[in-house]
Design a protein around this ligand. Structure first.
Ligand code: SF4
Ligand code: SF4
Length: 249
């Protein structure tokens, strides 16, 4: 079949990967340059046989309109419109289980490539990233302010029906039980464990240096403002604590 014949066929049936986005070409190129320049990109994309093994073994592909093969093909063929289109919804279906990476005969990591696409969507403040991350703002706030994602007092038995009979343990006298744990950092129900000030400040430094806090500002400015206040306050507490130690010496 000649190239022109296949183009006519494609024109007739449409190309599911090449829907034109409304973004200018320069913006699409900027997004793709960001994806390609990620240090992991070359390691996770070595070529693609289009064999579909990744999709056949992907749990998310069984439940959603999603195919890791399609995502890898878009990247491999540098289909900028298709990549942008996939970043609006499909990339968020991946469960990050990396079954695909273990199976790909080319040594690709479709799950790893999807992670790069997600991070790029966040960096560019795409609406899809904001919508996906919005329900996690409470978790983010908890994580930043306490160093924990989940604490015993956040567990409502009604929300964990899948725990079966084990859920009765949540109704137990948690405060008393936690006090009985030998490690004092676990004698609380407000956090899963107590993270000390120094560790918190070290975590903030990592998040600042790696651009995590900048990304947070891109997707949720209000949450960013609240979190920055907490970060500043804890940093001040840490400096005060160090000053106190110096005075004692
Ligand atoms: S990414 Fe690997 S497993 Fe998936 S279609 Fe390409 S070569 Fe096959
Ligand atoms: S990492 Fe994502 S794409 Fe790969 S198999 Fe798991 S759910 Fe599918």
């Amino acid at each position: 079949m000649s190239h022109s014949a296949s183009s006519r066929v494609q024109e007739f049936i449409g190309d599911p990967f090449a829907e034109k986005s409304l973004l200018p070409q320069e913006k699409l190129e900027e997004i793709f340059t960001d994806i390609q320049s990620d240090l992991r990109f070359d390691h996770e994309l070595n070529g693609c046989l289009n064999c579909g093994i990744c999709t056949a073994t992907c749990p998310a592909a069984h439940y959603y309109d999603f195919s890791p093969r399609e995502i890898v093909q878009l990247l491999w063929t540098e289909n900028l419109d298709g990549i942008y289109d996939a970043m609006q919804e499909k990339i968020w279906a991946c469960a990050q289980c990396y079954t695909c990476a273990a199976r790909c005969p080319f040594g690709n990591s479709p799950g790893g490539l999807i992670m790069i696409l997600r991070e790029t969507a966040i960096k560019h403040g795409m609406e899809s990233a904001k919508n996906v991350l919005r329900p996690f703002s409470r978790v983010m706030l908890k994580l930043i302010s306490t160093g924990n994602q989940l604490s015993p007092d956040m567990i409502n038995p009604e929300h964990f029906a899948d725990w079966g009979p084990n859920i009765s343990k949540v109704d137990a006298p948690l405060k008393l039980l936690r006090k009985a744990i030998p490690m004092p950092t676990l004698n609380t129900t407000e956090t899963a464990w107590e993270v000390n000030l120094k560790t918190s400040v070290e975590l903030y430094t990592i998040w600042e240096e790696t651009g995590v806090l900048d990304q947070l500002e891109t997707v949720d400015e209000n949450l960013f403002d609240v979190i920055i206040d907490i970060v500043d306050e804890k940093k001040e507490d840490w400096e005060d604590w160090k000053d106190e130690q110096d005075d004692d010496d």
